[in-house]
Design a protein around this ligand. Structure first.
Ligand SMILES: [Ca+2]
Ligand SMILES: [Ca+2]
Ligand SMILES: [Ca+2]
Length: 127
């Protein structure tokens, strides 16, 4: 390979790296607050903002919210599972609980349902 050819392939590699990076940067704002169909998503703050602490596929079962990143912080939820979600106030699916019915797809502020900054674990189940 001549040095000219090497230079061309190097600049082609750099261009290939730059284009996807630019696309990711412009795509991020559009995805803020988004939750894929068939998933349940839970955010730190009202209005689907702050850290996204839970992004779980709809498989029925019992799930923990991370003790450091999520417990007693969940303030908004999108339920795109088509199933019911029971949020528990404590770890290991204990304590007071609140059911998000399968027909309730979005709760923008958990304060409105009396369960703000409470959830520490949850269950996904058909209902
Ligand atoms: Ca919160
Ligand atoms: Ca709690
Ligand atoms: Ca937990």
């Amino acid at each position: 390979m001549t040095s000219a050819k090497i230079r061309r392939s190097v600049s082609a590699a750099v261009a290939a790296l730059l284009v996807p990076a630019g696309m990711v940067a412009t795509a991020l704002p559009a995805h803020a607050g988004a939750c894929p169909e068939n998933y349940v998503c839970m955010w730190e703050d009202p209005g689907y903002t702050g850290s996204l602490y839970v992004r779980q596929y709809k498989t029925s079962g019992y799930y923990e919210i991370d003790g450091w990143d999520g417990d007693n912080e969940i303030s908004s939820v999108k339920n795109y599972t088509g199933k019911c979600i029971r949020l528990y106030a404590n770890d290991n699916h204990t304590g007071n609980s609140y059911v998000i019915h399968k027909n309730v797809r979005e709760i923008s502020n958990m304060k409105h349902v009396g369960f703000d900054n409470e959830a520490e674990s949850y269950r996904i189940y058909s209902c």
